[in-house]
Design a protein around this ligand. Structure first.
Ligand SMILES: CC(C)(COP(=O)(O)OP(=O)(O)OC[C@H]1O[C@@H](n2cnc3c(N)ncnc32)[C@H](O)[C@@H]1OP(=O)(O)O)[C@@H](O)C(=O)NCCC(=O)NCCS
Length: 216
């Protein structure tokens, strides 16, 4: 498999370029808007991550269809602190976005699977994510607790339904138990609300709505 890019009849997946940045951030905003909360902050998270040392530019991938960018995913480096005191490199990803006009047509899963293959080819054996298992189980993710990997913000003896993991290399963890902490950067909008508001003001106005299915 060529892991640099993927060209099919229907779409192309390639590395994001600087000239794509604003289009991709707008796509992320459109994709997440009102999904988990009224409005969204994921486009700002992505914007700030580009300057974060844990950001992996080779894994910031766009999906193009009919000359338009309809999907994007980014990865970053994280670590798992092992019970024995060691550290295990572990990558995470997100935001992952598919434009609202193209959701639930299989594109998100194709983009995710390609990105996981590429991550594996770059030498990482394990990835974890906070997300909805209804989508990620299709790419082989399961509850991280089943692999004895705990979430930093939850008790160790609790099965955390949103904390998911996948061994890209089977047996990579070797049964080791540990705790995952997401990289600095996912809470940038909450930490810098004024900077976020200034960034958000550049975009077209959209209505924030309270909708069923949003997180509490
Ligand atoms: C989540 C997202 C990336 C999925 O991409 P997609 O192209 O819409 O999903 P796919 O068509 O590839 O879905 C494949 C399967 O995953 C599951 N799935 C996908 N999205 C789902 C959702 N929102 N709820 C429950 N199951 C879902 C379904 O089983 C689906 O198959 P089906 O449509 O035949 O039932 C996309 O919907 C999106 O951008 N959502 C908003 C942003 C977001 O939530 N990102 C992820 C944050 S963790």
């Amino acid at each position: 498999m060529n892991t640099n890019n993927q060209t099919c009849k229907d779409y192309t997946i390639r590395m994001e370029q600087p000239c794509d940045f604003s289009t991709v951030e707008n796509l992320t905003r459109e994709s997440f808007w009102n999904v988990y909360h009224p409005g969204c902050t994921e486009h700002y998270v992505l914007h700030c991550f580009r300057n974060n040392p844990s950001f992996i530019p080779e894994l910031s991938l766009v999906m193009e269809k009919d000359g338009k960018i309809i999907g994007h995913v980014m990865y970053s480096k994280a670590v798992i602190t092992l019970e024995n005191g060691g550290i295990l490199p572990s990558w995470t990803f997100g935001p992952i976005s598919i434009h609202p006009d193209y959701k639930r047509q299989g594109y998100g899963l194709k983009l995710l699977n390609f990105s996981l293959e590429k991550a594996k080819s770059m030498g990482v054996g394990f990835v974890c994510i906070e997300g909805n298992i209804a989508f990620y189980k299709n790419a082989g993710f399961d509850l991280a607790s089943k692999l004895k990997i705990h979430y930093h913000a939850e008790p160790k003896d609790v099965e955390v339904p949103y904390f998911l993991a996948k061994e890209l290399v089977p047996g990579y963890l070797g049964g080791a138990e540990g705790t995952y902490c997401p990289p600095e950067g996912y809470f940038v909008a909450e930490k810098n609300p004024e900077s976020f508001e200034a960034y958000e003001a550049q975009f077209s106005s959209k209505q924030k709505l309270v909708l069923p299915g949003q997180l509490g």
